[in-house]
Design a protein around this ligand. Structure first.
Ligand SMILES: Cc1cc2nc3c(=O)[nH]c(=O)nc-3n(C[C@H](O)[C@H](O)[C@H](O)COP(=O)(O)OP(=O)(O)OC[C@H]3O[C@@H](n4cnc5c(N)ncnc54)[C@H](O)[C@@H]3O)c2cc1C
Length: 500
């Protein structure tokens, strides 16, 4: 008889675990509390404008494609990847602006136009960070650490030492690059997973290296087209997705997960995969103390969380050729303002990431119009002195538009707004149950990474697994895709053993 797998949450992690298991003959049912699937990779539709809700930077397209290979599908039947070049337009508060090309000749010209003495160091930085990525990918990202000996063995420890993540990102970058503009640009990219470049480990310097060496990509129709494609595959393979169905708790009997208590009743299953945020799930979906084990409510509240994000979505009534798909604005007092969210402060002079997919994708906005996401990093909700009310949003909006006006050609944006909407940390908490409204879940500190990050298989409850950004190997869509591979393979391995 086929094993029945119940999945809590239709985020990228839940959907891709479903696809993998369905393709190996399992019966799979997903329960999603929201009306739409995709979790944080979601969308807003307003008339003919389409906004990607959160994720927009597509790194390592091979990870996106691998899920299709795994389930014997051809990704080309579902998705169109478009390579971007230049990958970023970087705007500084002094009015200067540079395009970062993935073409090495053009890149070198740009780096030398910023700082002649740094081109060699820049290439060394890329090469060193890429080397770290190759090691991390082979020895850490594609591996689940369950027993202490999976991590504490000479081979793995040597590799951990080789990637030397101990110094912070800024210090690491500064070893190769002297110019502050270039340092700021690279630090900004390393904010990708919501940890401070001035305090966190330097492993995320792999982000600029991968963006440069594997390129940045756009999916025709935006990031949400990936979710639509996964939905199609789930249906083709016979899976079921129940939207608008909240899971209240995981039913555990005699040390085994045996079902889910949902808003529509009890559902029995052989295996439970939890894609809901790990910290939320431990606190709210698992009530049994023994099952929580070391993840007591107190421990969960003391763990470290990534920062959060505010996004302003704008539909604009004219074109802005000054923008590429991915744009950065690096503001005054860069360090102080980038570090502010990690100290519980709103940035006074925010640095911004501006996503404008309608520059190349006609399906995202009507002709002669533009759609824009403006993102700024803010404190997560553990800093509870900040109230995400109209006043706070108005204050931040003023600072953001003040920054935008420093970018050449964007000074009239406010006059051309047809539609405006916001996402705050509160939305991440209430819509997706992201603990503390953290954009990227549990932070990637050294004590919350690899073996020390929550495991994909429960250590105390049989048949219970976790997938997603807050468990191994980590956060960001490409890495969550790896998490689902680890989970599916572990489930298949455990079941194969049990029939022997
Ligand atoms: C602002 C922002 C920008 C980002 N930018 C990027 C980017 O550019 N590139 C990138 O790669 N990544 C980016 N990320 C990160 C990326 O979006 C996440 O790492 C990834 O989407 C997480 O997927 P997940 O499957 O772990 O969880 P989620 O997307 O959180 O999915 C969990 C699902 O579980 C559901 N759920 C929760 N509780 C219950 C319950 N009780 N019952 C039923 N369902 C429940 C939720 O509604 C949700 O659908 C960004 C994130 C944010 C917030």
């Amino acid at each position: 008889m086929n094993k029945k797998v119940l999945i809590i949450g239709a985020g990228v992690g839940g959907l891709t675990t479903a696809v993998r298991l369905l393709s190996r003959g399992y019966e799979v049912k997903i329960f999603e509390k929201e009306k739409t699937i995709g979790g944080k990779v979601n969308f807003i539709k307003k008339d003919d404008f389409c906004f990607d809700l959160t994720a927009s930077i597509l790194l390592t397209p091979e990870n996106y494609k691998e899920v299709f290979d795994f389930s014997n599908k051809n990704y080309k039947d579902y998705l169109e990847f478009i390579r971007l070049d230049p990958i970023y337009r970087v705007n500084y508060y002094d009015g200067s602006s540079y395009d970062i090309s993935s073409d090495l000749v053009k890149l070198t010209e740009t780096i030398e136009s910023i700082s002649k003495e740094d081109s060699q160091g820049y290439l060394e930085f890329l090469s060193n960070s890429y080397r770290k990525y190759l090691i991390a990918n082979k020895y850490f990202l594609q591996k689940s650490f369950q027993k202490a000996t999976d991590f504490f063995n000479p081979n793995t420890l040597i590799k951990a030492l080789e990637i030397r993540t101990f110094s912070n990102t800024y210090t690491y970058i500064s070893k190769f690059i002297k110019n502050e503009k270039l340092r700021d640009y690279l630090c900004f990219l390393c904010l990708y997973v919501g940890i401070s470049p001035y305090h966190g480990p330097n492993i995320y310097t792999l982000v600029p290296a991968i963006s440069q060496l594997h390129g940045l990509w756009h999916l025709s129709g935006g990031m949400y087209s990936y979710i639509k494609a996964l939905n199609k595959v789930v249906v083709e393979l016979g899976g079921t997705i129940e939207t608008s169905t909240n899971v209240n708790d995981i039913v555990i009997s005699q040390g085994k997960a045996v079902g889910l208590n949902t808003s529509k009743g009890i559902e029995k299953g052989d295996i439970i995969v939890c894609n809901a945020d790990f910290s939320y799930a431990m606190k709210e979906l698992i009530t049994n103390k023994k099952a929580k084990s070391k993840y007591t409510d107190e421990k969960i509240s003391k763990m470290k969380y990534s920062c959060s994000t505010v996004i302003i979505y704008l539909a604009l009534k004219k074109k802005y050729p000054q923008l590429l798909v991915h744009n950065l604005y690096l503001g005054e007092n860069f360090k102080q303002n980038i570090d502010a969210p990690f100290k519980g402060q709103l940035p006074l002079k925010p640095s911004l990431y501006i996503y404008c997919p309608s520059r190349i994708d006609k399906s995202m906005a009507p002709k002669e119009r533009e759609c824009l996401n403006i993102m700024v990093r803010v404190p997560n909700l553990s800093f509870d002195h900040i109230k995400w009310n109209k006043q706070t949003i108005r204050l931040l909006r003023t600072r953001i538009f003040d920054a935008i006006s420093k970018i050449k050609g964007l000074d009239d944006i406010e006059e051309n707004i047809i539609y405006e909407r916001y996402l705050t940390p509160n939305d991440l908490l209430t819509t997706f149950n992201s603990y503390n409204g953290a954009a990227f879940g549990l932070s990637h500190t050294l004590t919350q990474t690899n073996y020390f990050r929550p495991h994909i298989k429960s250590e105390t409850v049989e048949n219970l697994y976790f997938v997603g950004g807050s468990v191994q190997p980590g956060t960001g869509v490409s890495i969550v895709l790896q998490s689902s591979k680890l989970v599916a393979e572990e489930i298949m391995k455990v079941l194969a053993k049990s029939v022997l």
